[in-house]
Design a binder for this molecule. Sequence first.
Ligand SMILES: Cc1cc2nc3c(=O)[nH]c(=O)nc-3n(C[C@H](O)[C@H](O)[C@H](O)COP(=O)(O)OP(=O)(O)OC[C@H]3O[C@@H](n4cnc5c(N)ncnc54)[C@H](O)[C@@H]3O)c2cc1C
Length: 267
Amino acid sequence: MLEYLKKDLTVRTEWQVKEVNFSDIDSIAVKNQNGEVIQATRVIVAVPLTVMQDRDIKFIPALPEEKNTAARALQMDPALKILLKFSKKFWPSNHGLVVCSDSFVSQYWTYEADSAAPPVICGFCTGDQARNVGSMSHDVIVDSFLKQLDAIYASQQNGVAPATSNYQEYYIYDWGKHPFIRGGYSAGKVGANVLHRQLLGQNVASYLFFCGEATSSFAPGTVHGAMESAALAVDELIAFKRQKKTLLAKKRSKMDKLQAPAPTAKM
Ligand SMILES: Cc1cc2nc3c(=O)[nH]c(=O)nc-3n(C[C@H](O)[C@H](O)[C@H](O)COP(=O)(O)OP(=O)(O)OC[C@H]3O[C@@H](n4cnc5c(N)ncnc54)[C@H](O)[C@@H]3O)c2cc1C
């Protein structure tokens, strides 16, 4: 999908935006961590909520305070996944998704082995649980999760620890520790409402547009919400550009009429 989306674009990676200077709206300056600058006539900001909250990007002039207030009304907790690979499947086929809220890992889902893929269980933690599990060493995380699975499935395997005895390898990814994301997805704090998301996504001066899952009132916290918010930002940008073009065209034709030589009267 990424290959398709970027086919007509110049994509720069390792390019952390540090400053967006829109003092001159005809030439907005976007600066990166190395001081390199790109000039633009319009900018769409699509960073995660945490990046807005922690003000990683300096906006010149400063963004309206209501946008910062809106960002603070939401929160983005860590989220992590623990994938365990086994030599054989030891769980029943109807255990697609298991929720066990008082366990070490409160939910996991299973992947059936087929000819191409090995049997895998994926544990998922968010919020305080992700914060707690994320502070432990990988050895402790894997050992604790295996013990949890052993306790759940041992009776079906004649008392043998089925997870530990079939365990092969693990992969853990903690989005709370990703330096440019720092969390899973946004959620409203107590008192937050849809207006906060709308304010976060509101354009500034019709030249600076905002999107990302946290700005979506339709489906926050999801990929489709993020995509929908990006489509909205692009539509808005085009509408403002057209509006400006129409206004300019009207102004120009008015000026042309004013400057046009008076028609010579026919005798
Ligand atoms: C473990 C997990 C499971 C999930 N499961 C689902 C699911 O099943 N279904 C679903 O719909 N959603 C799911 N989500 C949520 C979904 O992944 C997010 O809502 C979505 O990816 C957010 O998209 P986004 O474009 O808003 O932000 P991101 O995808 O986070 O994109 C923001 C980008 O901005 C970049 N960035 C940050 N700072 C800067 C800067 N200063 N300069 C330049 N770039 C910067 C970041 O590197 C990042 O690439 C899950 C999320 C997690 C963590």
